[in-house]
Design a protein around this ligand. Structure first.
Ligand code: HEM
Length: 474
């Protein structure tokens, strides 16, 4: 007779058999010895702050597949990026994303990046995506001009500036303008309003802890959301804007025909899809748009300016392109996005900045679906977490050339059409696949505009040539 102990024993044997099978499949993949049994190697390097460098070393010496934990594989072949982030069948987001879910009284109210339900994510993204196309970005050009103009004016009035700080002021004001048609006044007041940036930096400094122990942080944040309400200048500004705008739209019982800013887009989406987008979700999406859109753009532009200053020939080439375009009346001041899009060297500088800045310090993890999949000649069993790391992919010599370790925008101009497509397709600066950055056209537009206006109007040089930024490719 089939008894309970027998059933339990059979299940036990089955599970042990599965573990042995998976272990045998993953055992052929090289990696640190500890990674066979525990995630400690990864956690150790994440907390030490050199995970990207350590992983790059392993890939350089041991090939495109590295085992970083018992069920974690890092994929280092740029040609495989589109498969790791493929949509059919979809590879779901890995555990690491649990740490960035936004909670409100125990409810997940995160924006797209913190949504775990892939169907809900797809539906919400489909509804709001039209507001993020390049064509839509052109409608926000006056907002973008306004903030970039304010940045240039402020830089013009100062001899020595902390560029990182000013680019953060600019990025937050600019993102606020796009989201709410108004800003907090970082640049007007030349200060970190309400300690917003220092709070964000404090969170960023524990980022690696969050990603090292995502499940612990998720439960902690979930529990805290019952006792701690939304706080901080940025959050309260967000709440005020959303609540008062929603009230007035509801009183008018209408949505504007033409959206004025991203908040209008989100409110319209809620009114048209009540079951899909809750009031709290509108707040969550607005807040995370500010977070996802401001700091990333500031980080990327800071690195691009830094590399330009460290490579005077490249800077000279960019300045010559801008000067010649002005002389030929192909540019005005402020330059339009349409005119800037016709400048090949500027385009190459922006792309090289994205490739080289290495914003993401972790693998973007995905889980292998039922049936498993073949990657780089290995069969990876279902349930294994795989992911690509920006440092490994963006410095891949096979795709970006033998000098992939150097900041050299010319690579984008010299590449053949096919090669250029491969370089673009392999890059994960904006992610890849279903979760690709929705704000990438805003990021490109803002970066192009600020970069061009800076070097059209200002003579910028290094105040301290010995000073070095840390992280990044070099
Ligand atoms: C240079 C600037 C930027 C960089 C380098 C960047 C990078 C990224 C990356 C790598 C991802 C994918 C993350 C993953 O799959 O784990 C992402 C997602 C996202 N980004 Fe950006 N981003 C930038 C600017 C922006 C801007 C300006 C906005 C908003 C206007 C924005 C909003 C988002 C959102 C909402 C997601 C989640 C998308 C999804 O899950 O479907 N980002 N970004």
């Amino acid at each position: 007779m089939f008894t309970l102990p027998l059933a339990a024993a059979s299940l036990g044997v089955f599970l042990v058999f599965q573990v042995i099978l998976i272990e045998r499949r993953l055992a052929t993949i090289p990696g640190p010895f500890l990674a066979k049994f525990t995630d400690y190697w990864k956690v150790y390097h994440l907390l030490k702050g050199d995970y990207g460098e350590a992983l790059y070393w392993w890939h350089e010496h041991h090939g495109p597949m590295i085992r970083t934990g018992p069920r974690h594989i890092s994929v280092g072949d740029a040609n495989e990026v589109s498969r790791v982030y493929q949509i059919k069948p979809l590879l779901h987001k890995g555990n690491m994303y649990k740490g960035i879910i936004g909670w409100f009284k125990g409810k997940n109210v995160a924006g797209l990046e913190g949504m775990f339900d892939e169907v809900e994510h797809a539906n919400v993204k489909r509804v709001i995506a039209p507001a993020f196309t390049w064509r839509s970005v052109l409608n926000y050009e006056s907002h973008i001009d306004h903030s970039a103009g304010e940045l240039i004016q402020n830089l013009q009035n100062r001899d020595i500036v902390d560029m990182n700080e000013w680019l953060s002021y600019w990025a937050f004001d600019s993102m606020n303008n796009i989201a709410f048609s108004s800003d907090l006044g970082f640049m007007r007041q030349a200060t970190d309003i309400g300690g917003t940036l220092s709070t964000i930096r404090a969170v960023t400094s524990i980022w690696m802890y969050i990603f090292a122990f995502p499940t612990v942080f998720m439960w902690f944040a979930w529990a805290a959301s019952f006792v701690v309400g939304p706080s901080g200048k940025l959050v309260s500004m967000c709440l005020n804007h959303v609540n008062s705008r929603m009230d007035s739209r509801e009183k008018q019982n209408q949505v504007t025909g033409k959206e004025e800013d991203l908040l209008d887009v989100y409110i319209k989406a809620r009114q048209e899809h009540q079951g899909l987008i809750s009031h709290e979700r509108v707040i969550g999406m607005t807040f995370t748009t500010l977070l996802a859109g401001a700091d990333t753009t500031a980080f990327n532009l800071s690195w691009t300016v830094y590399y330009l200053l460290k490579n005077p020939a490249t800077l000279h080439q960019l300045q010559t392109e801008l000067d010649n375009a002005l002389l030929a009346e192909a540019l005005s001041y402020p330059p339009t996005l349409r005119d800037l899009s016709k400048l090949p060297y500027l385009d190459a500088v922006v792309k090289e900045g994205l490739r080289y800045a290495l914003l993401l310090q972790l693998n973007m993890d995905r889980v292998v679906p039922n049936g498993g999949m073949d990657i780089c000649g290995h069969h990876i069993p279902a349930g294994t977490t795989i992911g690509c790391h920006a440092r490994v992919i963006h410095l891949d010599k096979g795709v970006y050339g033998e000098d992939a370790q150097d900041f050299r925008p010319e690579r984008w101009l010299e590449a053949s059409g096919e090669q250029r497509k491969l370089m673009e397709r392999s890059g994960i600066w904006f992610g890849s696949g279903k979760h690709t950055c929705i704000g990438q056209h805003f990021a490109r537009a803002k970066t192009m505009k600020a970069l061009a206006m800076m070097f059209m109007k200002l003579e910028i040089s290094d105040a301290d040539e010995t000073a070095k930024m840390v992280s990044g490719a070099k």
